[in-house]
Design a protein around this ligand. Sequence first.
Ligand SMILES: [Ca+2]
Ligand SMILES: [Ca+2]
Length: 320
Amino acid sequence: MVTLMLTWLWVGQVGAIVLYDTDNPLANTTAPVGDYANSGWAWQGRYGAFLGTMIGEQYFITAQHIGVQGSGTFVSTAAFNGLADVTYTIDTAANGGLGFWDIAGTDLRVFKILESFSTWAPIYTGGAEVGSTLVTFGRGAPRGAEVMLGPDLHGWYTTTSDGVPRWGANVVSQVISSGVGDLLAAQFNAVAGQHEATLSHGDSGGGVFIQVGGDWFLAGVNYAADGLFDTNNTVGDFSEFSAALFDRGGFYQGSDTGGWTFISDTPADKPSMMYASRISSSAGEILSIITPVPEPGALWLLCLSGIFFQRRRRGSDGHR
Ligand SMILES: [Ca+2]
Ligand SMILES: [Ca+2]
């Protein structure tokens, strides 16, 4: 595992699906088909201005840094479920009245609803994310104007969120240890025709899914993307900008408060990255929240039957 202490400081806490292929804001706003069919779209729901993912009969997961949204609801819209909007009420009394569970040391937050979902995503508990194709969902902005350096296109400015749920794809390139726990990172590469995507403002909280053995599992929650960028390191001139850059070469990255780092322009692209909080690193804690604990009596019976089973096996093997 690679530890890059500086990377997360550069990370703009943003969140919009930006597509390499197109600036059409209507692209990828309906359920994915083909290779990406059933990849998690149906398990997304609107949490305030953002998204969350259903992960249990009464639970959904999203990002901490978006805060508690005023709506108090989680909405499985017709766009996601294919039928009609269904509004669920968040249980504000959950977790001793706190109203949610934060996964310590991460940006992950779990909410409980008062009703029951009819379907929910399995969470990924393995460790084989790197190299996997991912599908990500968000309500961020589509891409804006071109970012040029001389005659060369390096990417696109990201604009304000349009609130429209959108999906895109990428490949997990590495796992990064950060101040907010393990993050799945993916490069925004200059590749056409495969829905290559990165994140922008408003995408936070949406799910990141990977496919294992034909099924899709929730592997991450959208956290951030690289940024900010600038053409200079002059503080206070308001020239910095958010962008989806498939080549950061020739630009400064950072912020006026955190400092700027120049990224040299080389023949090879230096793609910006999207980051998602890694579910598998917190799978045990998440499952302990969303899995009902058996009644003490039932647990005792399970232990008894286990002992009985072992004795029978020993009894049948005369050499032990
Ligand atoms: Ca990529
Ligand atoms: Ca500046």
